[in-house]
Design a protein around this ligand. Structure first.
Ligand code: ACM
Length: 498
């Protein structure tokens, strides 16, 4: 494919000629209302800034945005779209507003990279190559995670990430909202959490937290881009910060403190204290009430200070309390060994990948067995989809406990194939996860995110055969877009010859 589209669409038929946006161009959205009209307006608004063209949205115009139920008839139909660029017209059709939104991203990628500029670009030629595209996703769950606990990222940073996710057709944003180094979300029934446990982070910084209004703003910004926020409050481990606010919920000898280090596995809520479960009911209840999306993530990873029996006992109750909010519960891979019902979605992260004997957590075999018995999986193997792994020995940021993850490795993996011999229908999709022990700002975070994020986008979206050489060429062309957006990225020699 010569067009630099990421993720690669299902069917692309390139045609001769080009379409040109001009001062006479207009977005036709006849009969559209609500979300679909909003997508047409989003398209117009985002193009007006760099082009300076008026691009009115109305009944007529050369760029037609239309709802068409027939586009959504195949699997993945809610996000399916059809885009036809002819010399005189552009036609974008989808069965839903969401499908239109995904298609808008493809149209943007067909325009010159200058379209990504946040200011007026003089003298650009706003042409689009003629093409017919029919597209829909392979997986319904395509997520990225941001750890805002190890370092706190203010609202504008998260919005900047959401824009990147939207451009690459991700549809979930998982926020890791609590950990040993900070509690980052206001919980009205438990004000001590943010009052006492948000003002620190890894290293020197002052930490921070999202107020209810901040969180609502993020959820709504994401929803406008058809991205669902999945909040995680990690229990029973990774709770040193929570215990600073509520020390009585810890094990008898545990001394909570302002923890600025990066060790894991040392903290836990006490599974034998009834007050622990009242706490969970309050926190999950408030979190569910402020979250319109269907998911609630309760963590469950790296509890190295409880035995398996106590962990299981805690987790079964925690999952029940979380499920009572009406949400679908997600937990990290360790939950498959806790006896929680199969309705709890298990998120594979590969702590023990390749090991037969495991000291903590679960083995790949145990995870596969749970999926065979009916669990659904989100797949995020550290060895491929952890954005915080270093690219190589010279990476200034990142960790290496799961090995280096070069750009090619972040592209050449498959969520179903990785687990091996699991039913494809049980795999909801994937997640690219950014843990932030080593990055304190969005600029630093972007160094780890780009250029690996688009690879995961393609793994999650594209059903077509993936080929590194073809992908690498398309990826290389996206650097211009990130530059126009003012983003930081690692100029990997494997993509851009040194
Ligand atoms: C994890 O990386 N601890 C889920």
């Amino acid at each position: 494919m010569t067009l630099a589209l990421i993720p690669r669409p299902l069917a692309v038929h390139e045609l001769p000629g080009t379409f040109r946006l001009t001062a006479e161009s207009a977005i036709a959205a006849p009969g559209l209302t609500g979300d679909a009209l909003r997508v047409a307006e989003y398209l117009a608004a985002s193009l007006r800034v760099p082009t300076g063209l008026p691009l009115p949205v109305g009944e007529d115009g050369d760029v037609l945005v239309a709802l068409d139920p027939s586009v959504g008839e195949a699997a993945g139909g809610d996000e399916a779209y059809a885009l036809t660029i002819a010399t005189e017209t552009v036609t974008l059709r989808a069965a839903t507003a969401q499908g239109l939104f995904r298609g808008v991203q493809t149209l943007r990628q067909l325009l010159p990279a200058a379209v990504e500029d946040g200011a007026l670009v003089a003298a650009a030629d706003w042409t689009v190559p003629c093409v017919e595209i029919a597209d829909r996703p392979r997986f319904g769950y395509r997520s990225a995670m941001l750890d805002v606990a190890r370092h706190f990222f203010p609202v504008p940073d998260v919005k900047r990430l959401i824009d990147a996710l939207a451009a690459y057709k991700f549809n979930h944003l998982h926020l890791h909202l609590s950990d040993d180094q900070g509690w980052r979300i206001e919980i009205p029934s438990r004000p001590e959490l943010t009052a006492k446990a948000s003002g620190f982070q890894v290293g020197e910084g002052a930490g921070g937290f999202y107020t209810q209004a901040d969180y609502a703003e993020l959820v709504s910004y994401a929803a406008d881009r058809f991205i669902t926020v999945v909040p995680e409050v990690d229990v029973p481990g990774h709770t040193n910060a929570a215990l600073l606010a509520y020390p009585e919920l810890g094990l008898k000898d545990y001394q909570p403190r302002q923890y600025r280090g990066t060790d894991v596995g040392f903290s836990t809520l006490d599974p034998d204290n009834e007050a622990t479960y009242t706490f969970l009911a309050d926190v999950f209840g408030d979190l569910a009430a402020m979250t319109p999306g269907p998911y609630l993530h309760l963590g469950g990873d790296e509890v190295d200070v409880l035995d398996q029996e106590a962990f299981g006992r805690f987790l079964r109750r925690a999952a029940e309390i979380a499920a009572a909010t009406g949400k679908t519960v997600i937990g990290w891979e360790e939950i498959v060994a806790s006896g929680v019902p199969a309705e709890v979605v298990a998120q594979y992260w590969g702590r023990n990948h390749g090991r037969q004997t495991v000291e903590h957590g679960v083995s790949d075999d145990e995870f596969r067995d749970a999926v065979a018995k009916g669990a659904s999986a989100i797949v995020s193997p550290a060895s491929h989809s952890y954005l915080d792994m270093q690219y190589g020995p010279d990476s200034p940021f990142g960790l290496d406990w799961s090995g280096y993850v070069p750009v090619r490795q972040a592209y050449e993996w498959d969520p179903v194939g990785y687990l091996g011999e699991v039913e494809a229908e049980r795999v909801l999709g994937l997640e690219a996860a950014l843990w932030t022990e080593t990055v304190a700002t969005m600029t630093e975070a972007e160094y780890l995110i780009f250029p690996r994020l688009p690879g995961h986008a393609e793994v999650g979206w594209s059903s077509v055969h993936r080929d590194w050489a073809d992908y690498r060429t398309r990826l290389a062309a996206h650097a211009e877009r990130w530059e126009a957006q003012g983003r930081n990225y690692f100029r990997a020699p494997e993509v851009w010859a040194a």
